[in-house]
Design a protein around this ligand. Structure first.
Ligand code: CP
Length: 336
């Protein structure tokens, strides 16, 4: 895969070697993310951070990642604060904003919108989530986290057993992650969701065509023997009405008691976040916060590393980062 100058729109662009390249560059970013070092490799570069749908971690970690490489960030949030609300097309918006930026990260509620925007862009565009379709950078950071967690337990990605739980229909992170995992050998997928929120056929066919083991169920039962438990949120914003979403909220909760009943003592607990902590949902209980296998905040930290790697690769500076190191003069508790 050629990274320099390319859009990152879908996990379909990646093979194992491209993933490995991203992970190697991400590993090199650790001292910068920990503030042990600074680099100005992207000094003078501007990233347009365009989020037309709510986001906390993807938006802020894209901005943080670009700043940590020495670049500057210009941001717009919400559809109503952009000229899209006045009927401007994605193509025109892209022509304009790519004149102000060297690279763009974008989230938008419609499937395929980021690819449509990229057609009008004169600079690389990175998909920060398009509707229920894809979330490629989340999938890469999830896979990076899974590899690190599994290596810690003496395992590898090949042969992994992952249980995915919740809204597998609208949850774009599980779509993208399933496709990436399908590139590895002998993966076992256990997909647990209400029948109405099952994984789309387009994703199931990728899993099946790659010859992986697939179990589909609407019950959390028995001991799962899973290496990873990947919990998701009911994506209420994609349902026709709140009432419809409410039917499924809280259907598959995970707390310490349920975890102990259904998973191994070493099963890693993941969630793309945000977790819905309202009482009626409470899909990932706070009583798991002290469980050492809860990897949700390691996922969010890893998001900065992976997004730094994607910026460095896409802008062609992955081998120059340490040449532009400069001193850190201030106190940071991150470097501990
Ligand atoms: N995981 C994720 O996409 O989180 P945000 O919606 O906060 O960006």
């Amino acid at each position: 895969m050629k990274f320099e100058g390319s859009h990152i729109l879908s996990v379909n662009q990646f093979d194992r070697s491209a993933i490995e390249q991203v992970f190697q560059v991400a590993n090199q970013m650790v001292p910068y993310a920990k503030r042990q070092k600074r680099t100005k490799v992207l000094d003078g570069a501007i990233m347009g951070n365009l989020f037309f749908e709510p986001s906390t971690r993807t938006r802020v970690s894209f901005g943080t990642a670009f700043n940590l490489l020495g670049g500057e960030v210009r941001e717009t949030t919400g559809m109503e604060s952009s000229a899209l609300a006045k009927g401007e097309s994605l193509f025109d918006t892209a022509r304009v904003l790519s004149g102000y930026s060297d690279i763009i990260a974008m989230r938008h509620p419609q499937n395929g919108s980021v690819a449509e925007f990229a057609e009008g862009s004169r600079v690389p565009v990175i998909n920060g989530g398009d509707g229920s379709n894809e979330h490629p950078t989340q999938a890469l950071l999830d896979l990076y986290t899974i590899e690190k967690e599994i290596n810690y337990h003496g395992g590898s990605l090949d042969g992994l057993h992952i249980a995915m739980i919740g809204d597998l229909k609208f949850g774009r992170t599980v779509h993208s992650l399933s496709k990436l995992l399908s590139l590895y050998k002998n993966i076992r997928f256990t997909l647990i969701s209400p029948k109405e929120l099952a994984m789309p056929d387009s994703v199931l066919s990728v899993i099946e065509n790659a010859g992986h083991r697939l179990t589909i169920t609407d019950q959390l039962e028995g001991n799962m023997d899973a290496d990873i438990c990947y919990q998701t949120r009911i994506q209420e914003e994609r349902f026709p009405s709140q009432e419809e979403a409410n039917q499924y909220r809280g259907k598959f909760r995970l707390n310490q008691q349920i975890y102990t009943k259904h998973f191994q003592s070493k099963t890693v607990i993941m969630h793309p976040l945000p977790r819905d902590s309202r009482a009626e949902a409470n899909e990932l209980d706070n009583d798991l916060n002290q469980n050492p296998n809860l990897a949700i905040f390691r996922q969010t930290d890893n998001g900065v590393l992976v997004r730094m790697a994607l910026f460095a690769l896409t802008l062609g500076v992955e081998n120059l980062v340490s040449q532009y190191d400069c001193d850190v003069h201030w106190y940071s508790n991150k470097s501990k």
